[in-house]
Design a protein around this ligand. Structure first.
Ligand code: SF4
Length: 468
């Protein structure tokens, strides 16, 4: 039996395509979900994994498989449906899973034989048995699984072309930011894999650089943090000696012991969502952890830096509180915080999130005209009607932000600071040049084909025009 597992072309990755910007190879990582599904697949299936973000394939030249499994974020949905159609025309049954298919299962069902909602692991074996017997059901409802017996991902199946290996140690996030699909998909319960399993999987990864894909690596409660410390001690004891990057919340900067362990365990960088520079903005998106206990973000970042760990901060443009000059404001605040790199995205109502429900109810989601609009849900395009900023202004604000933060003199000072404070200057240099190149050169080319006139109206202007 032949099984193809496909990670469709993702426009976000194409925006930062390594072939277009030589600094970008640092940003491509493996599609871990497919590798876990592969690990759960019985031996009689011959598995091939295709990652279109590394290499495009002409599927018509390949043998017709017995089953095609596709995963997709919202931005990949359009391409996923095209692939599905191509295979179905050749007689291969197609199943789709992942966040988008879960949140838009009725839409996905139009293009495939079977939709898996939720976490596919809980239904995968049953689905394969049905596929073998030619009786796939139209929908398989996956439940949230316990991670106690999660198999080790088949890292061997995709072994070349990646700078980063990837691993997952937890699922879910106790917080509930309104724009985020993690709590809707993986739940607010913070599930953790057994430490021994994580260590074994870490040891099986070939790449020296690893991305810990957990949405929140450390969690929020004392118990979560204590488990993270145990995991870090186990990584140190097992002498894995990989260098890795993780996503965490700002409470990471509250705990020196945690940071010292993380650094000794190989952590070289963390990605933290600051989202906005204003308290009102944080309240608007329900990310109150950043303002809890009168936190001093500058001190928290300094503490993280003290342990040689680089901090990448993520910010959003397009909140209801955001007005003109938000871009410059983000850049200057990020510089004051001492961040090594920043990523700036547009507020994007992803299907299944509270933000989608709220914006959709007010008719603020503009790009939902057809399946091809999903291509713009990369967080790098404005897709909704914003309160004070038109699309043109949103893009200009982002560009301004990057022009200020990624000015060559600023990059030079940042890299010097890394050398001086024993953080990884190469990582900072590469990521800074990558963001600078993408935004100031590639983004412009991409936005040229984007119909900005659709977003000329803001909520604010609407109100003015209607005399409210
Ligand atoms: S903290 Fe991060 S992962 Fe958790 S809900 Fe907020 S954005 Fe999502």
């Amino acid at each position: 039996m032949r099984l193809y597992l496909i990670n469709p072309y993702n426009p976000l990755v194409s925006l930062i395509n390594s072939k277009q910007n030589r600094w970008n190879r640092y940003t491509v990582w493996k599609p871990l979900g497919l590798l876990v599904i592969a690990a759960m697949t019985p031996r009689e299936w011959e598995i091939t994994v295709f990652d279109e973000n590394v290499e495009r394939h002409d599927y018509s030249t390949l043998p017709v498989p017995d089953l095609v499994g596709i995963t997709a974020f919202t931005s990949q949905a359009d391409r996923a449906y095209t692939i599905a159609t191509e295979f179905r025309q050749r007689g291969a049954p197609v199943v789709i899973g992942g966040i988008h298919a879960t949140m838009c299962s009725a839409e996905a069902a139009q293009w495939v034989d079977s939709v898996v909602t939720g976490e596919a692991e809980s239904v995968w074996k049953e689905l394969l048995a049905d596929a073998s017997n030619g009786c796939l059901r139209p929908v398989y409802d996956g439940a949230r699984i316990s991670l106690d017996h999660m198999p080790m991902a088949r890292h061997d199946l995709l072994s070349t072309g990646y700078r980063f290996g990837s691993i997952q140690t937890t699922r879910g996030c106790p917080l509930a930011c309104c724009f985020c699909s993690v709590s809707a998909f993986n739940g607010r319960q913070y599930r953790r894999r057994p430490i021994a399993d994580v260590i074994r999987e870490f040891q099986s990864i070939r790449e020296n650089l690893v991305l810990v894909v957990d949405d929140n690596f450390i969690g929020t409660s004392k118990e979560h943090i204590s488990r993270t410390k145990d995991l870090l001690r186990a990584i140190i004891d097992s002498k894995i000696r990989k260098r890795w990057i993780a996503q965490a919340t700002i409470n990471l900067g509250d705990d020196d012991e945690l940071l010292a362990l993380a650094a000794r365990a190989g952590c070289i960088g963390v990605f933290i969502g600051f989202e906005t520079t204003s308290t009102e903005g944080l309240e608007e998106i329900h990310k109150k952890i950043n303002i809890r206990k009168k936190r001093d973000i500058k001190i928290a970042i300094r503490r993280i830096h003290k342990h040689g760990i680089t901090v990448v901060g993520s910010f959003i443009i397009g909140l209801d509180v955001d007005k003109k000059h938000v871009g410059r404001n983000i850049a200057e605040t990020a510089q004051q915080y001492g961040l090594d790199t920043i990523n700036v995205v547009f507020l994007t109502p992803l299907p299944g999130t509270r933000l989608w429900d709220e914006m959709n109810a007010k008719n603020r989601v503009i790009l939902k005209r057809s399946r091809s609009d999903w291509r713009y849900y990369t967080l790098t395009f404005p897709v909704a009607r914003y309160n004070h900023l038109s699309w043109r202004e949103m893009i200009a604000e982002k560009e301004k932000c990057f022009r200020v933060f990624y000015a060559y003199t600023a990059i030079f000072c940042r890299v010097c600071s890394c050398v001086f404070h024993l953080r990884n200057p190469v990582l900072t240099l590469f990521s800074n040049l990558s963001y600078r190149g993408n935004t100031l050169r590639l983004d412009r080319a991409v936005y040229k084909d984007f119909d900005i006139s659709l977003g000329e109206t803001t909520m604010h202007k609407n109100a003015d025009e209607s005399g409210e």
